[in-house]
Design a binder for this molecule. Structure first.
Ligand code: PXP
Length: 254
């Protein structure tokens, strides 16, 4: 079954809105794990708008599953990653004014810098992923910098699903593009993950990609948790993924 990584940044967003010491991201991670999350993701942004350094250290100490640290390829954050030693690092582009990560990392345009950072992180025993657009050149560049994984950016996939619908050419073309690039990633020996904007309704098509290892999903789960509770929200997402995959298997599509 495709694994589920839960991004809990927005638990910290709520806490930071009042500069309080609750809700606890450690307790949130434990609730996600209890409900079957395979890993927990946090993005330590350079502006520290939600997750703080102490959260990352606290999670590393208290978690039972895998910790995935999303981060910019900046020296300050690389040093923290080398100190914390999360299980995974996912390198992402970062802009101060964006509401959330807006696109994939341009690996092809900064191979030398990213190869050097990847080497340092891997030497510390960290599995390294590149968050990239579904683009063949970016997959090949990720291989060239010796990354272990890629996380394909599903922002447009989610946007087209919402704006044009599941049957639209625009959405199905984007899903097809992700599927094709997924095959290339796996052929290049890269572990295949995907994330951004995935939710309970739009995951259908992307669950059909047989090589998919893990989804990283944040906003949809935390938003659902407001009404259903965090454990239920995670369980519902696990069930949605399992159901789509089972349908794919019985239809022979996968
Ligand atoms: N993957 C990456 C690399 C991200 O930057 C984000 C957003 O923080 C996610 C996955 C999760 O996206 P969402 O919150 O839209 O599910």
């Amino acid at each position: 079954m495709i694994k589920l990584g839960v991004n809990i940044d927005h638990v910290a967003t709520i806490r930071q809105a009042r500069l309080e010491d609750f809700p606890s991201v450690i307790a949130a991670a434990a609730a996600c794990e209890k409900a079957g999350a395979d890993s927990i993701t946090v993005h330590l942004r350079e502006d520290r708008r939600h997750i703080q350094d102490s959260d990352v250290y606290g999670l590393k100490k208290n978690m039972r599953t895998k910790l995935n640290l999303e981060m910019a390829a900046s020296e300050e954050i690389v040093k923290i990653a080398l100190d914390v030693k999360p299980d995974f690092v996912c390198l992402v582009p970062e802009k101060r004014l964006e509401l959330t990560t807006e696109g994939g990392l341009d690996v092809a345009g900064q191979k030398k810098k990213l190869a050097a950072i990847t080497e340092r992180l891997k030497k510390a025993g960290i599995v390294v992923s590149m968050f990239i657009d579904a683009d063949a050149a970016q997959v090949e560049a990720s291989r060239a910098v010796n990354a272990d994984c890629v996380e394909l950016h599903t922002g447009n996939y989610a946007k087209y699903f919402k704006e044009y619908g599941a049957e639209s050419k625009k959405f199905l073309d984007e899903a097809g593009r992700i599927r094709k690039v997924s095959e290339l990633a796996v052929k290049n020996g890269l572990i295949l993950n995907a994330g951004h904007g995935l939710d309970y309704d739009n995951i259908g098509q992307i669950c059909l990609i047989p090589q998919m290892n893990e989804f990283n999903i944040g906003f949809a789960i935390i938003a659902r948790a407001v009404f259903a509770g965090l454990e239920n929200a995670v369980r519902e997402m696990k069930e949605a993924i399992a159901k789509r995959q089972a349908n794919a298997a019985t239809s022979g599509f996968a």
